[in-house]
Write a protein that binds this ligand. Structure first.
Ligand code: SF4
Length: 269
């Protein structure tokens, strides 16, 4: 335990960028720790890693870690990442986005990065809400949920980010929660090594806002909710849409070999 804490501290810009802005009990920090652990385990040097984010609570993550980092405009992380990867293909270019960043403002970029199969491991921390701006509904907010922008209940059906990205052609698509840390580590590792566009949706708790419509008032309760509602994708495949309602299918949803845009671009050059 102590070793892990020291390891994480080796990767933080503790003296410059802290205290961080995340609320106590937010799940983004759990994901950040997992990402650092896996990068360290694989052995990438700090100079070879580029973390690129957009805007939002998750978008703050690259600010806190000691890699090459870019904190860009809302929804545009993948556009910066695509340029970076094509210009410097030897670098491990990673994007970090929240649900609003990835599938609302940046939805078109997400679809086309998946379609092109650009080699960018992408992590979408989905807390089902716009947290930084005050708890408004995002495209992944559940139908009927009461948020600050839907006080009478959300009228919109919610998006399944993994289905969208899989349908768009991504080479690797997976989902975990921040409760399932071992699975999360495994999926991050697979995504980082994948040749092609790899997206992992990370279900996380926004303790300040999304806990309210779930009727859960602590991070512990929210993580128990993740634990109790998660179901392995292998089991989920045998269930009907009705049986799957409210459940979180976790594991690898798609893993396929296809030419990556970067390989094709190299050939052309
Ligand atoms: Fe995390 Fe929500 Fe707080 Fe943002 S508002 S830091 S997502 S708990």
């Amino acid at each position: 335990m102590k070793e892990t804490a020291h390891l994480i501290h080796d990767y933080l810009r503790s003296s410059k960028k802290f205290p961080h802005i995340w609320c106590a009990g937010c799940g983004i920090g759990i994901f950040m720790n997992a990402l650092i652990r896996v990068i360290d385990r694989i052995g990438y040097s700090k100079d070879d890693v580029v973390l690129i984010s957009g805007i939002g609570c998750s978008g703050r993550l690259p600010v806190y870690v000691d890699f090459n980092t870019l904190h860009t405009t809302h929804g545009r992380a993948l556009t910066f990442a695509t340029g970076m990867k094509l210009a410097k293909p030897h670098l491990k270019v990673i994007t970090i986005m929240g649900d609003g960043d990835a599938i609302a403002i940046g939805g078109n970029h997400l679809i086309h990065a998946a379609r092109r199969n650009v080699e960018i491991p992408t992590f979408v921390v989905n807390n089902n809400v716009y947290g930084m701006t005050g708890g408004q509904c995002s495209p992944t907010t559940p139908h009927k949920a009461k948020t600050t922008s839907s006080p009478y209940g959300n009228l919109e059906p919610d998006f399944d980010i993994c289905r969208v990205v899989e349908a768009a052609g991504a080479a690797f698509v997976a989902r975990s929660t921040v409760y399932h840390t071992r699975l999360l580590d495994q999926l991050i590792g697979k995504a980082l090594k994948k040749k092609g566009f790899a997206m992992v949706e990370v279900i996380s708790q926004c303790v300040t806002y999304s806990g309210r419509w779930l009727g859960l008032d602590s991070p512990v309760e929210m993580m128990k909710w993740q634990k109790n509602n998660a179901i392995r994708v292998e089991t989920a495949r045998n269930l009907s849409e009705t049986e799957l309602k409210g459940r979180i299918a976790i594991g690898v949803l798609a893993d396929r070999e296809q030419p990556s845009y970067c390989e094709e671009y190299e050939k052309l050059l």
